[in-house]
Design a protein around this ligand. Structure first.
Ligand code: FES
Ligand code: FES
Length: 213
């Protein structure tokens, strides 16, 4: 058996040595061993052509680009707003082949040949769409962030009523669909207004539709 005497170390020195080695064993390394970086795959690009506000448009996009980002980031059509980016607020509503759609929930490359209308395609500051004029007249907005989506959604909702498409509050789905404030509120319930301008929005759309709010 080897003793401290054989190693020519004093008992006190041996105890010190043991304590230091125990600390070294118990202390985890401060820096974890770096793992190899994950390989980054290049984006898959694809060409897509559609009509936006009456203009033929062709874009080459990362296939993961939403229609909302294609409009805002690639075409600078920033009238369409990004609220939640999760299909929950309606700020990004545009018309796609005449139907309302949350543009944050769909990929641009899914719509070759589509006809897309954004708020910029409905009216201009010099020549407002009558629904835009009704929103101005009835104060159908405060901050205005939800307004482009509200107006595109209202155009789509009124078109659904015209085509006799029932909603969840249509009492008799065999009768002709007609405009009413409850119908409008239900059909536009996916368009959130954080400023709470709802009653003015209903008044504006009702006036445009030629109905009583
Ligand atoms: Fe699309 Fe909110 S941004 S629903
Ligand atoms: Fe501000 Fe609707 S006007 S969110």
């Amino acid at each position: 058996m080897v003793t401290t005497h054989d190693l020519n170390v004093s008992r006190r020195g041996f105890l010190k040595l043991t304590a230091v080695s125990a600390t070294l064993v118990a202390t985890p390394p401060l820096v974890a061993k770096a793992s190899a970086p994950a390989a980054v795959r290049p984006p898959v690009m694809q060409k897509v052509a559609f009509e936006v506000n009456g203009k033929e448009t062709s874009l080459t996009l990362d296939t993961r680009t939403t229609l909302l980002d294609a409009l805002r980031e690639h075409m600078q059509l920033t009238g369409t707003k990004k609220g939640c980016d999760h299909g929950q607020c309606g700020a990004c509503t545009v018309l796609l082949d005449g139907r309302r759609i949350n543009s944050c929930l769909t990929l641009a490359v899914m719509h070759p040949g589509a006809k897309i209308t954004t708020i910029e395609g409905l009216g201009t500051p010099d020549k407002l769409h009558p629904l835009q004029a009704a929103f101005v007249k009835h104060d159908g907005y405060q901050c205005g962030y939800c307004t482009p989506g509200q107006i595109c959604s209202a155009v789509g909702a009124l078109d659904e009523i015209k085509r006799d498409i029932p909603s969840h509050v249509t009492a008799d789905i065999t009768s002709k669909a007609s405009f009413s404030a409850p119908e409008l509120r239900e059909r536009m319930s996916g368009n959130i207004c954080r400023c709470g301008a709802y009653s003015n929005i209903v008044e504006a759309v009702s006036e445009y539709a030629g109905a009583k709010a």
